[in-house]
Design a binder for this molecule. Structure first.
Ligand code: NAD
Length: 520
C-alpha cells in the first residue's frame, strides 16, 4: 500500500470493520511503514469544528497579548522538542536534516512576527469623513476573526504550510482546524497534540485526518478556508466553498523562472540555481524550475551549474554521513517528474547530469540539469515539482522576460545581474514575488505578501494582509450630533427638497458656477 492511500482496516476475526478507513504513512527515504492513521468521517469533522467553535469566543476575548502568551508557549515547545519535531519531519517526508530545519525555524520566527505586530495590524481604523455632509459622523473599522478557519495543506512542507498558516489565524482570534496531507499527517498532529496536552492551551486548535472527503467536509463546516496545494484541487475546493459562500485563500502551484543576465556574478547565480532548484528535492512551489540565460553568459553558467549539481550527495542522511538532497515525498510526484524528463529527452533535450529515478530502496530522483529545452516541452510548461531544472539560452533580457511570462503560473521568480538592471527586469516578470540576486528568500521576509498571480492562486500569506484575511471588517459609523431628524429622513417636504438639491450641489460640484446653480 502506498503512503497516503486509504486502507480499510479489518477486525481481528478477518471481517471488514465498518467504516474504519485509515491512511498508511511510509518513510519515503526507506519505504518502511511508519504507522496507520485513522480517517475522520464527515460527521467527525463537523463535531471537531463545532467543539472548537464553541470555545472560540473566549479565545477572541483574550485579546492579542493573551493569545500571544499561548502561541509563545508553542514556540518554546518547538525549541524544547526540536529533535523530536525534526525526526518526525524527516521520517514522513524523506527530507535531509538541513531541509527539515526550515520548518521549526520558520514557525518560531512567524510566531514572534505576528505576536509582536498583531496589535498594530489589527488595530481599529479611524477615518475622517470624505464629505462635509457626513461631518457629524465618527468612522471606525474594527476587525473581527472568522470564528473557525479550516486549513488544507500539502505534503512538501507539512508544518510550514499547516501550522504556519494557523499561527496568524490563531493570533487573529480564530479557532483553527487543519487537514494535513494524507502523505504527511504525523508532524502537524504531533504539534497540535502538544498544544492540547503538554502545553495545555485553550481547546481552539485541532486537526482532522483523511483525503478528499475529509477536506470537503472541512470546507463545508468552517467560515474561511486556507488551501495550499495543486491547481486542480484548488479549483475543487473553491467550487465546494461556493456552495456555502465560504471565502477562500488559495496558494497553488508554480513554474518559477530564473533569469541570468550577462553581467551577473555567475558563481552566485549558478550556486543559487542549484540550491533553488534542488532544495527539498525541488518539491517547493517556488523552486527554480526554468532558467533563461543571456547568450554571452550561457556556456559559463551552464558549466558552473552542472558542476555544482553533479556534486550534490543524495540519500537518507544522518549526522555522520550528511546528504544534500533527500527523497521524493509522494510517489505520484516521482511519476510526474519522470514523465517530464522523458518527454523532454524524447523531444531532443540533453541531461548534463542526472536524468533518471534512482534504484531503491526509497524514492529518489537524480538532481538533473536539462539543456536544449524549449517551451513545447512539459518540463518548461507544467509544474515538475522535483529536482530538475531546464536551461535555455536567450538573445537578450527582452527575450528572457517574454519566456519568463509565457506561463499560466505566476508565483515567484528571480533575476541575477547588475543590481539596477536586474531590478528593472525583475519588475516586469508577472508574478506575486520576485527576488533580485537571490532565490526563495522572499518566503522568509514575512513583511511582504507571498501569493500567486494567474493560476498560482488567489490571496496571499504574510505581512499585514496575512493576518487580516482571517478577519471580517466591521464598519462602525457613529453619529456625534444631530437633531430629532436628519434632513434626508421623512417627511419629504417641499422645503427639504429645496434644501437638499442646492446643498449636495454646493459640496459635490467642482466648479463655482455649478456650486451656485448657475447655467454652464
Ligand atoms: P493536492 O492538491 O493533491 O493536495 C493538497 C491537499 O488537498 C491535501 O491535503 C489533500 O488531501 C487535499 N484534498 C485533495 N482532494 C481534495 C478535495 N476534493 N477537497 C478538499 N481537499 C482535498 O496537492 P499536493 O500534491 O499535496 O501538494 C503539491 C502542490 O501544492 C503543488 O502544486 C505545489 O506547487 C503546491 N504548493 C503551493 C504552495 C504555495 O504556497 N503556493 C506551497 C506548497 C505547495
Amino acid at each position: 500500500m502506498e503512503s497516503g492511500t486509504a486502507a480499510r482496516s479489518t477486525e481481528s476475526n478477518g471481517a471488514p470493520a465498518p467504516a474504519a478507513d485509515s491512511i498508511e504513512v511510509h518513510n519515503p527515504a526507506t519505504g518502511d511503514l511508519i504507522k496507520a492513521v485513522p480517517v475522520d468521517s464527515p460527521e467527525a469533522v463537523a463535531a471537531t469544528v463545532a467543539r472548537v467553535r464553541a470555545n472560540q469566543p473566549e479565545w477572541e476575548a483574550m485579546g492579542v497579548e493573551g493569545r500571544y502568551y499561548w502561541l509563545g508557549k508553542l514556540r518554546d515547545w518547538i525549541f524544547d522538542n526540536q529533535d523530536r519535531v525534526l525526526e518526525t519531519m524527516k521520517r514522513e517526508t524523506g527530507k535531509v536534516h538541513a531541509d527539515a530545519m526550515n520548518e521549526p525555524v520558520y514557525l518560531t520566527d512567524l510566531i514572534n512576527f505576528y505576536g509582536s505586530r498583531a496589535t498594530k495590524f489589527l488595530a481599529e481604523d479611524s477615518l475622517r469623513p470624505h464629505s462635509a455632509l457626513l461631518a457629524a459622523k465618527k468612522l471606525r473599522v474594527q476587525y473581527r476573526p472568522h470564528p473557525v478557519v479550516g486549513i488544507i495543506s500539502p505534503w512538501n512542507f507539512p508544518l510550514i504550510l499547516s501550522i504556519g498558516d494557523a499561527i496568524p489565524a490563531l493570533q487573529a482570534g480564530a479557532a483553527v482546524v487543519i487537514k494535513p496531507s494524507e502523505f504527511t499527517p504525523l508532524g502537524p498532529a504531533e504539534l497540535i497534540e502538544a498544544w492540547k496536552t503538554e502545553i495545555g492551551a485553550p481547546d481552539v486548535f485541532d486537526c482532522v485526518q483523511g483525503i478528499g472527503e475529509t477536506g470537503g467536509a472541512l470546507v463545508d463546516a468552517v467560515d474561511f478556508i486556507q488551501f495550499t496545494g495543486s491547481e486542480r484541487t484548488g479549483k475543487k475546493v473553491m467550487a465546494r466553498a461556493a456552495e456555502t459562500l465560504t471565502p477562500v485563500s488559495l496558494e497553488l502551484g508554480g513554474k518559477d523562472p530564473m533569469i541570468v543576465l550577462a553581467d551577473a556574478d555567475l558563481d552566485r547565480a549558478a550556486n543559487a540555481a542549484a540550491w533553488g532548484g534542488m532544495m527539498n528535492s525541488g518539491q517547493i512551489c517556488m523552486s527554480v524550475e526554468r532558467i533563461y540565460v543571456e547568450e554571452p553568459a550561457y556556456d559559463e553558467f551552464v558549466g558552473k551549474l552542472t558542476r555544482e549539481v553533479s556534486r550534490l550527495r543524495q540519500g537518507a542522511d544522518n549526522a555522520s554521513n550528511p546528504k544534500d538532497v533527500g527523497a521524493m515525498t509522494s510517489p505520484n510526484q516521482t511519476a510526474i517528474v519522470e514523465e517530464h524528463v522523458s518527454d523532454a529527452l524524447a523531444a531532443g533535450a540533453k541531461a548534463l547530469t542526472g536524468g533518471k529515478r534512482v534504484e531503491g530502496p526509497g524514492d529518489y530522483f537524480e538532481p538533473t540539469v536539462l539543456v536544449d529545452v524549449d517551451h513545447s516541452m512539459k518540463v518548461m510548461r507544467d509544474e515538475t515539482f522535483g529536482p530538475v531544472v531546464g536551461v535555455m539560452k536567450v538573445r537578450d533580457a527582452e527575450e528572457a522576460i517574454r519566456f519568463a511570462n509565457d506561463t499560466r503560473y505566476g508565483l515567484s521568480g528571480s533575476v541575477f545581474g547588475e543590481r539596477e538592471r536586474a531590478e528593472q527586469v525583475a519588475r516586469r516578470v508577472e508574478c506575486g514575488a520576485i527576488n533580485v540576486n537571490d532565490v526563495l528568500v522572499n518566503y522568509f521576509a514575512t513583511e511582504v505578501p507571498m501569493g500567486g498571480w494567474k493560476s498560482s492562486g488567489i490571496g496571499s500569506r504574510h505581512g499585514e494582509g496575512g493576518i487580516k484575511k482571517y478577519c471580517r471588517s466591521e464598519s462602525v459609523v457613529i453619529t456625534r450630533f444631530g437633531g430629532k431628524r436628519e434632513p434626508s429622513w421623512y417627511p419629504y417636504t417641499k422645503s427639504r427638497r429645496r434644501l437638499i438639491g442646492p446643498l449636495t450641489r454646493l459640496f459635490n460640484a467642482r466648479d463655482w458656477r455649478r456650486r451656485l446653480g448657475l447655467k454652464p
